[in-house]
Design a protein. Structure first.
Length: 134
């Protein structure tokens, strides 16, 4: 039965070697060698979900950048730059109350879009985990 490196999984030429010939990791010498692939089945699947609270806090402070945190960098940065341009234009064109209304609308839309992006990211991640379990 072939023995595999404890660190990198490389198949060792000799079961009694002290070091891996690929990565150089020291090997445990036991009378009962284990198969690396059999050990891989015991590795827990990591859940890499994004935090909704963190994403919404980022979007609260920086319009739309919570979308970038959720994995859609282009959309987040685009929304951030677009909202800055629209707010800057509204300051010069519409003064006072209309500026406040436009800013509030952009902020609310950014928060909703961030929420949707995080939900989509987490749902895709959950589906991948389910597929990996089968």
């Amino acid at each position: 039965m072939a023995k595999f490196c404890d660190k990198c999984g490389h198949e060792l030429k000799n079961e009694n070697v002290k070091f891996c010939d690929k990565c150089g990791a020291e090997q445990k010498i036991t009378g009962n060698s284990q198969n690396f692939n059999a050990n891989r089945q015991n590795i827990p699947i990591q859940n890499e979900e994004k935090s909704m609270v963190i994403a919404l806090l980022i979007s609260l402070v920086l319009y739309g950048l919570g979308m970038a945190y959720a994995g859609n960098v282009a959309k987040g940065v685009g929304y951030f730059i677009g909202s800055i341009v629209i707010i800057a234009l509204s300051i010069f064109i519409f003064r006072g109350m209309i500026f406040s209304i436009i800013s509030l609308i952009i902020w609310i839309v950014g928060m909703v879009l961030t929420y949707q992006e995080v939900e989509d990211f987490n749902n895709r991640n959950r589906m991948k985990m389910i597929q990996n379990m089968n």
